[in-house]
Design a protein around this ligand. Structure first.
Ligand SMILES: NC(=O)C1=CN([C@@H]2O[C@H](COP(=O)(O)OP(=O)(O)OC[C@H]3O[C@@H](n4cnc5c(N)ncnc54)[C@H](O)[C@@H]3O)[C@@H](O)[C@H]2O)[C@@H](O)CC1
Ligand SMILES: Nc1ncnc2c1ncn2[C@@H]1O[C@H](COP(=O)(O)OP(=O)(O)O)[C@@H](O)[C@H]1O
Ligand SMILES: [K+]
Length: 478
C-alpha cells in the first residue's frame, strides 16, 4: 500500500528524520538515487552530456549534488541556475570540484538528459521569473527529462498546472508520494514515478497516528486481496446478488453494458429492472429480468442511472433504489435526477456511491476546480456518500475524508458507455460484500486496467471493456 502525503506532513516527517541523522545525509541519499536514475536513462556513461536546471531551494541542491556524482563518472555536466546569486553554495562547490560547470542559459549546449531541479515541495503558485525560460528550454529540447521530486510547475498538493511546467519522462520522488504526482495535470507531467525511500514512512505513520493514511494509492496486490473468490460453501445467494436499474427504450445499450460488467464483480446473480429487459436477456441470458425495481427480488446492492432517461419511470426507479436498505451506486441520469431530489440521499440509511464525471459533479456540488481531491472530499462530506470523481486520474473520497487515487487508466476510456461499465462493476463489488470506498476504488482500478489492456489491441469501444475486464480479473486472481 502506498500512502500519499500532503506537503505539510512530508515536511514534518522530514524534520523528524533529519533530526536523527548526520547533517546532509538525507540530501546525500537523494542525490545518489537521482544519479543512479540519470545514468540508467543515459544508458551510456563517458561522454554523455547532462544539463541541470537549478532552483534556489533544496531541490536545486539535490540536482547539484547528483550532478557532482555524474561528473565524477566522466559525464559532462552543465548547470543553469534560475538565479545564480541564490544557488546553494556547498552544492555548487561540490559540482565544481567534480568538474561540472555553472553557465548562463545562452551557453547551454545540446544535452542527452535534462535534470529538473527547479522546484520541489517548496513550490507555490505558477512559475515565476527566470524559471519560465528554463522550463521552455527543457520543453524545446529533444532530451529526456528527469524531474527531482516533482516536475516544476506542478502544484505538489493538487497536481494543478497553471502555466508552463516541466513534462518529465521520469520523476524521482523523494521519501513519499505527493498527491500532485497522481492527480490532475500533475499525473501527466510526472511520467514514470520512482519513489526513493528516505526513511520517511515510519515517521509519517507515527505522525498521523492513523491506521491508514488519509490518501492512498492501491496497488495490484491490494486489489487482488479485495476481490472475493467463491468458497466451497457458497451458493449463488451467499455470493451476493446485484440489481441493475439502467437503460430505457431509448438507451437499451446502457443497460447491456452496465449488466455486462455487473456480471463480473464476483456476485452469484444479476437482476435487471427496467425497459430494456428484452435486450438485456437476449445478450445475457443468465440475468433475471423484471420491468420495475419494485418487482425485482432481494439484492445486496443496486446500480441505478446509466441510460435511465428522465421520465417518470426513471424517477420511480431512482426512488425505488434509494428507498431500499441496501448499498447503491448512482451514475449518469441517476445523478442528474438527484439534483432536484437531494432528500433521497439524505434519507438513506445504507451506503451510497456517486460516480460523477466533471459536468455531473458540477450540477450536484458546484465546480470541480483545480483541486480534485478537495472537491471529491467536499462532495463526500456534504452528501454522506462515497464520491468517485472520474477523470484521467479518478479520485474516490469517503465521507470521513479518506481518499483513493487511482493509478490505472488511459484516455482511451473516454468513450461512450465506458462509465456504464464502471457503474455496473462498482455495484457488483458492493453486492459481493466489499465496503463502499474500497469497492469504488477497486472498480476504478480494474476499469482503468481493462481500458489499458483493451487499448493494446486498437481503438477501444465500451463493449471491448467486458472481455478485457475478465482477462484483468483472471490475471489478478490466478
Ligand atoms: N527537506 C528534506 O529533508 C529533503 C528535501 N529534499 C529536497 O528539497 C526539496 C524542497 O526544498 P525547498 O524547501 O528548499 O523548496 P524548493 O526547492 O521547492 O524551492 C523553494 C524556493 O523556490 C522559490 N519558489 C517557490 N515557488 C516558486 C515559483 N512558483 N516560482 C519561482 N520560484 C518559486 C521559493 O521562493 C524558494 O526560494 C524537495 O522537493 C526535495 O527535492 C531532498 O533533498 C531530501 C531531503
Ligand atoms: N481523458 C481521460 N483519461 C482517462 N480516463 C478517462 C478520460 N476521460 C474519461 N475517462 C474515464 O472514462 C470513463 C467515462 O465515463 P463517463 O464519462 O461516465 O462515460 P459514459 O457516460 O459515456 O459512459 C470514466 O471511468 C473516466 O474516468
Ligand atoms: K523539480
Amino acid at each position: 500500500m502506498a500512502g500519499v502525503w500532503p506537503v505539510a506532513e512530508i515536511r514534518a516527517a522530514e524534520d523528524r528524520v533529519r533530526a536523527g541523522l548526520p547533517e546532509g545525509s538525507l540530501m546525500a541519499r537523494a542525490a545518489r538515487a537521482i544519479a543512479v536514475q540519470a545514468r540508467a536513462m543515459l544508458g551510456f556513461g563517458y561522454g554523455a552530456r547532462v544539463l541541470l536546471l537549478v532552483g534556489s531551494g533544496d531541490n536545486g541542491a539535490d540536482a547539484l549534488y547528483a550532478g557532482a556524482q555524474l561528473a565524477r563518472r566522466g559525464i559532462a555536466v552543465q548547470a543553469v541556475a534560475a538565479d545564480p546569486a541564490r544557488v546553494d553554495g556547498a552544492a555548487l562547490a561540490a559540482l565544481r570540484r567534480a568538474g561540472g560547470r555553472l553557465i548562463p542559459l545562452e551557453r547551454a549546449g545540446d544535452a542527452d538528459l535534462i535534470v529538473d531541479g527547479l522546484l520541489g515541495i517548496g513550490a507555490s503558485g505558477p512559475l515565476r521569473g527566470a524559471l519560465v525560460p528554463l522550463v521552455r528550454h527543457a520543453s524545446d529540447s529533444p532530451a529526456p527529462v528527469l524531474a527531482i521530486d516533482l516536475p516544476s510547475g506542478v502544484d505538489p498538493d493538487t497536481g494543478a498546472v497553471a502555466g508552463p511546467a516541466v513534462r518529465a519522462d521520469v520523476t524521482v520522488c523523494m521519501g513519499a508520494l505527493k498527491p500532485g504526482l497522481l492527480v490532475g495535470a500533475g499525473r501527466l507531467h510526472a511520467g514514470r514515478l520512482l519513489v526513493v525511500d528516505l526513511g520517511l514512512h515510519a515517521e509519517l505513520a507515527g505522525l498521523t497516528e492513523l491506521a491508514q493514511p488519509m490518501i492512498r494509492r492501491l496497488d495490484e496486490d491490494e486489489i487482488a486481496a479485495a476481490l472475493l473468490e467463491p468458497g466451497p460453501d457458497d451458493d449463488k445467494y451467499t455470493r451476493g446478488v446485484v440489481g441493475v436499474a439502467a437503460g430505457s427504450q431509448a438507451y437499451p445499450g446502457a443497460a447491456q453494458l452496465c449488466v455486462g460488467s455487473a456480471r463480473l464483480g464476483g456476485v452469484g446473480a444479476v437482476r435487471y429492472a427496467g425497459h430494456a429487459a428484452h435486450e438485456v436477456v437476449r445478450r445475457w441470458p443468465e440475468v433475471l429480468v423484471t420491468e420495475t425495481v419494485a418487482e425485482a427480488g432481494r439484492v445486496q446492492a443496486w446500480v441505478v442511472g446509466p441510460g435511465l432517461g428522465s421520465t417518470s419511470d426513471a424517477v420511480k426507479s431512482l426512488r425505488g433504489v434509494l428507498g431500499s436498505d441496501v448499498p447503491a451506486v448512482v451514475d449518469a441520469d441517476g445523478l442528474n435526477l438527484l439534483v432536484e431530489r437531494r432528500q433521497l440521499l439524505s434519507d438513506r440509511g445504507a451506503a451510497t456511491v456517486l460516480t460523477p464525471h466533471d459536468r455531473e459533479f458540477e450540477r450536484l456540488f458546484g465546480p470541480v476546480g483545480t483541486d480534485r481531491i478537495a472537491a471529491a472530499r467536499r462532495a463526500a462530506a456534504e452528501s454522506g456518500a462515497v464520491v468517485l470523481l472520474k477523470g484521467y486520474a479518478t479520485v474516490v473520497a469517503e465521507p470521513d475524508g479518506h481518499c483513493y487515487l487511482n493509478p490505472t487508466g488511459t484516455a482511451a476510456l473516454a468513450t461512450a458507455g465506458s462509465g456504464d461499465v464502471l457503474a455496473g462493476l462498482t455495484g457488483s463489488l458492493l453486492a459481493a460484500g466489499i465496503q463502499p470506498g474500497l469497492a469504488a476504488a477497486t472498480a476504478a482500478y480494474l476499469h482503468g486496467a481493462a481500458g489499458a489492456r483493451a487499448a493494446q489491441d486498437g481503438p477501444v469501444v465500451a463493449s471491448d471493456l467486458l472481455p478485457a475486464l475478465r482477462a484483468e480479473l483472471a490475471a489478478l486472481t490466478t
